[in-house]
Design a binder for this molecule. Sequence first.
Ligand SMILES: Nc1nc2c(ncn2[C@@H]2O[C@H](COP(=O)(O)OP(=O)(O)O)[C@@H](O)[C@H]2O)c(=O)[nH]1
Ligand SMILES: [Mg+2]
Length: 301
Amino acid sequence: MSTINQETFKSGYVSIIGEPNVGKSTLLNGMMGEKLAIVTPKPQTTRNRIMGIVTTDCYQLIFLDTPGIVAPKYLLHDEMVKAAYRAIKDADLIIYMVDGSQPPPTLEAQILERIHETESKKVFLVINKIDLIEASTLLPIIAQYTGKYPFDEVVPISAKNPGDILRLRNLIVTHLPTGPLYFPDDQISDLPERFFVAETVREKVFLKTQQEIPYASGVTVEEFKHRSNGKVYIRAIIYIERLSQKRILIGDRGGMIKQIGKLAREEIEQFINASVFLELQVYVKGDWRRDARKLKEMGYA
Ligand SMILES: Nc1nc2c(ncn2[C@@H]2O[C@H](COP(=O)(O)OP(=O)(O)O)[C@@H](O)[C@H]2O)c(=O)[nH]1
Ligand SMILES: [Mg+2]
């Protein structure tokens, strides 16, 4: 891109907030046209605020995907909820996302109060997953929400439908002020490659394991080296809380960890566009989710 027309160029921060599993990360990925945030059918997949930047000749949108708002049980949850509320503080536009196929969220009143406190310029209600409901039920669902807050727009979508994403994107742009290019036009995030590598490994753990294990695991990337043969050598550690969980994660003759490693490697190769040697190690680190220092080490605080 050459130069922007400063009189007409629009830009702003758009924060996506809501309860777990409503489709916030799916929306971010849809807006980006590529996968930045990991997505799984399990709630509480996202643990950090994730920035995705979309730049065209006419606008720059800086999306912030956030962890779902929950009633905290661990210090990790505390940090996740704090990260979500921090992300809406300075937003130019807040997207409050709900799942149209589910009853109204339980923490709705709290979330709306926090949105109100931010005095954020614009607030959209995005009702997601409308592919799962009958068209005739949509109007009553909209009515259910609009009485509770003076939303600037109410937008029913399916975050998996590119047409809906485009419609929402255009609507966002019309509500944003003119503004500067905050980031270089080729930058897609403020997070380092290592972060996305760790997240990809964590996603595969989420997808391949059950019950407590996904939630009891955290991933750090210890080494990330470009070798002279063109390959990238990556060593990552999966932290888990108990020895019994470690056994399951490693699996019979290492079968589980091999599967996780293979799925993660294939995706990392696509993301960084190089062939990768991925080494995964599993360490037991009891109660890391309640330990402030360990959360810091893992990048969650
Ligand atoms: N049917 C349907 N599923 C969706 C839609 N958007 C997201 N999902 C699914 O809902 C689950 C949670 O999505 P995710 O983006 O991780 O939600 P988040 O926790 O709010 O970030 C995943 O299994 C998604 O594939 C949608 O529009 N329709
Ligand atoms: Mg998410």
